[in-house]
Design a protein around this ligand. Structure first.
Ligand code: GLN
Length: 284
């Protein structure tokens, strides 16, 4: 009989040898998914046997991970802020870094106001839906050029009981003709410069949709497009929160400033990298 403990250790060892960044965590998450055991069961019942079916499931998942597919894509879900989000090949895999944007927005808005939020390039919907969870009177629209992403975001909204306060549309933001103004505009646009795409980790380069990564020759194309859109879609004193790449703060501040926005500040992620720019539309 193969025990839970031996199975865990052997997958960890293969992940470590295969150059996987977080071998312990990844092995445990896949073992939990393959066996249906909870985290505490893995510790408390380490001497229990693993069935042949569970081992076969684990083997298939471990082989995918060794080909550098992220655990979230193997499981089809990723924890972000306070919920689990369905992840599909058409969506960017939500990153813990992006929670910086949620904190940045929550620090600027009044919790009980009926804010209208627009999410540009919504993907799984994780940014918009996390904000709607925190802001019980707010409503939101998420747009994305990918039909698959829009469908996934809708499923995530429904799983979180947020369909009544959220709407998702397949739409290119360059062609957006808003019917109303928004109090808050958020987005995690593609911001990787073309020459840097080849250097991304295989988990990102091979599995995140290229359309969610590539920000053109210098990585800033989407910020230019969004900056030209913002004056038409923001309510007076409307808030903008955009995720940025670690070295893009000065450039994006410049782009937003030129479009007439007042840049308030940038926020760093847990690793200390600039990750989010907060600005307001203070003109009439
Ligand atoms: N944060 C992602 C990465 O560094 C990029 C996501 C994006 O382009 N918005 O891999």
């Amino acid at each position: 009989m193969v025990t839970v403990r031996d199975t865990l250790l052997s997958v960890q060892e293969r992940f470590r040898a295969g150059g996987i960044d977080t071998p312990e965590l990844d092995a445990r998450l896949l073992l939990q998914a393959a066996t249906g055991l909870r985290h505490e069961d893995i510790i408390m019942e380490a001497a229990r046997g693993v069935t042949g079916e569970a081992l076969a499931r684990l083997e298939e998942m471990a082989a995918r991970r060794l080909r550098r597919e992220p655990v979230s894509r193997i499981l089809g879900a990723r924890a972000f802020w306070n919920a689990d989000f369905k992840v599909t090949p058409e969506t960017l895999d939500p990153r813990p870094d992006s929670e910086t944007l949620i904190e940045g927005v929550l620090a600027e808005v009044a919790k009980e106001k009926p804010l209208a939020i627009l999410d540009l390039g919504t993907g799984t919907g994780c940014l918009l839906l996390s904000l709607l969870q925190e802001l019980p009177q707010a409503t939101g629209l998420g747009i994305d050029i990918s039909a698959g992403a829009v469908e996934t975001a809708r499923l995530n909204a429904s799983a979180l009981n947020l369909s009544g306060r959220s709407d998702f549309m397949e739409k290119d933001w360059k062609k957006l003709t808003p019917l109303s103004l928004y109090d808050v505009v958020i987005g995690n646009p593609p911001y990787i410069a073309l020459p840097e795409i080849a250097e991304l980790a295989p988990e990102v380069r091979k599995y995140d949709p290229i359309a969610a990564l590539s920000g053109g020759p210098d990585g800033l194309d989407c910020y230019r497009e969004i900056a030209s859109l913002l004056p038409r879609i923001l309510a007076k004193n409307g808030l903008v929160a955009l995720e940025i790449g670690a070295a893009q703060a000065a450039d994006v501040k410049g782009i937003l400033g030129k479009a007439g926005l007042s840049v308030l500040h940038t926020l760093a992620d847990l690793a200390g990298h600039d990750r989010c720019i907060i600005a307001r539309w203070t003109r009439v």
